[in-house]
Design a protein around this ligand. Sequence first.
Ligand SMILES: NC(=O)c1ccc[n+]([C@@H]2O[C@H](COP(=O)([O-])OP(=O)(O)OC[C@H]3O[C@@H](n4cnc5c(N)ncnc54)[C@H](O)[C@@H]3O)[C@@H](O)[C@H]2O)c1
Length: 253
Amino acid sequence: MTHSNVATNMANKIAVVTGGSSGIGSAIVNRFVINGSRVISIDLKKPEFEIGTVQHFDCDLTDESAVSQVFEEIAKLHPRIDVLCANAGIVPAWSRIAETNFSDWKKVIDINVNALFLTISHGAKLLRKGSGTVVVTGSINSIKGDPNIASYVASKHAALGIIKSAALDLGRDGIRVNGVAPGPIATKALISRIEKRLKENSGTLDEYLAKIADQTALGRIATEEEVINTIEFLALELSSGITGQLISVDCGA
Ligand SMILES: NC(=O)c1ccc[n+]([C@@H]2O[C@H](COP(=O)([O-])OP(=O)(O)OC[C@H]3O[C@@H](n4cnc5c(N)ncnc54)[C@H](O)[C@@H]3O)[C@@H](O)[C@H]2O)c1
């Protein structure tokens, strides 16, 4: 690859995004569409945005046969894809380990680990050899513990293991696998989780957000746009020398 043919934008790329119906996933979908990609979004629920040119597939990514079927459908439309953003995930309600219900624990692992495995396993078969990229949405909890969400921390550490292993595996086909590790991002999902916690404790949403902002080097929380900038960078040949990495976008938390 010479420098002159390095793609520096998403024009004409074919991208599959999981969890594309809301939050960070819908922001990825929007950015890629604006920048000229053909985007396929896979989610349990219908998108919160106007579908327009985006192809949406309803699918529970924890269901192996459903995942296999969706990727077969995608293959009929696009025998090769350029980018796979494995973003779908859930964050559980706060609970200490001794109070965590086993079925809640397994649900988090099922979506954040097993569905991630199924996504990469089925998606990898369609990725263009020599230039395909996978970008996983990890978390700062891929590298940091949290006393209130052990299942989430375990699942996001597993995501880092999958990134590193898949990078070694798919690297031989010229496919790169990286992840982004957002700090708290004020998506609707995060705001509603904070509001629930505040009902059980004291304080306001603004005070809570100011407190977490104050704990970062930059004195603010990262924005959805900053996360998407990094995902786009990792999806593009601009990052061609980078694989098996998890890049934090957390304003220095
Ligand atoms: N918002 C944050 O502060 C933050 C911080 C770090 C990491 N993350 C990660 O970012 C990703 C997106 O989170 P978000 O905040 O945008 O949340 P969100 O709830 O807005 O989006 C998650 C999407 O995944 C979909 N999804 C969940 N389970 C699914 C399943 N079984 N099959 C198909 N789709 C499924 C949901 O329907 C939803 O549209 C997650 O992996 C999350 O762990 C978020």
